[in-house]
Design a protein around this ligand. Sequence first.
Ligand code: PGA
Length: 258
Amino acid sequence: MNKDLRQPIIAGNWKMNMLASQVEAYAQELLLLTQGHESWCKTVVCAPYPLLPAAIDAFKGSGVGTGAQNLSMHASGAYTGEVSAAQLIDIGAEYVIIGHSERRAYYGETDEIVNKKSLAALESPLRPIICVGETLQQRELGVTFDLVSMQVKTALHEVAADALGRVIIAYEPVWAIGTGVTATPEDAQEVCHAIREVISGLYGQEAAGATPILYGGSMNDKNARELLMMPDVDGGLIGGASLKPESFAVIVNAASQR
Ligand code: PGA
C-alpha cells in the first residue's frame, strides 16, 4: 500500500518528565504551533500516569491523542502498583507504549511480556505502540533483522487480524535512544521495511501496507524531515524532543508535509 495512504503518526514519549501543573501550558503552545497540520498528522502525547488526566483534559477536542507509557498484562486484581487497560480507557486514554527498550532493559520486560501486554491492550479499545529494536552489540553482530523480526513476531503472537488495524510498531534502535546518535534515514528505512515484510508474512500484504511503522531514537526538529521521507517510515516516537512544544511542533509539521 502506498505510503501516502497511511496517516503519519508523531507520538511524544515524555518518559518520567514534566509535572501535571505544566501540562496545560504545554498543550496550549503545541496546539498553537501545529495549527492547520492536525488533519494531516496524528499527534499523540504519552504522559506518565499521574499526568494523564491533565493531558486528556488539555487536549480534549483538539485531535491530539493521549496515551500511557506502560500497562499491566492483567485485567484487574491484586497487582500492587500496576495500571490496567480498562483503567486507562476509563479516563480517556487512547494509546499505550509497550515494550519500550527502557522497560526491557531496566524492568526485565521480555518479548513474551510484551506479547501479553499487547494482547491486554488489544482486548480494550487501546492502540498499542509496540517498541522493537536492537542494541549496538546486536547491530555489530549483524543480527538486527533476525532479532527485530523475532521481537515483532513474538509481540504479535495470537493477535487477531482484525485487531492488527490498531497496532502501531515503533522501530527504536537502542543505541539511538537518548544518545543524540540517530539512525541514518537509510538504516531506519531498511529495518522499517523489514518489519513490514514480517507483518506481510503474518497477515498479508494489504494489512502490512496499512500498519503504521514509526522510527524512534534521537529524532528531533533537525533530522525529522529526512527520516520521515523514507517510504516505510510512517512517523516517529519522540523522547527528548517532545518535551519542548517548539521542537515537537517542528516534527509534527514536518510529518504533515512529507
Ligand atoms: P529519544 O527517545 O527521542 O530521546 O531518543 C525516544 C524514545 O525513547 O522513545
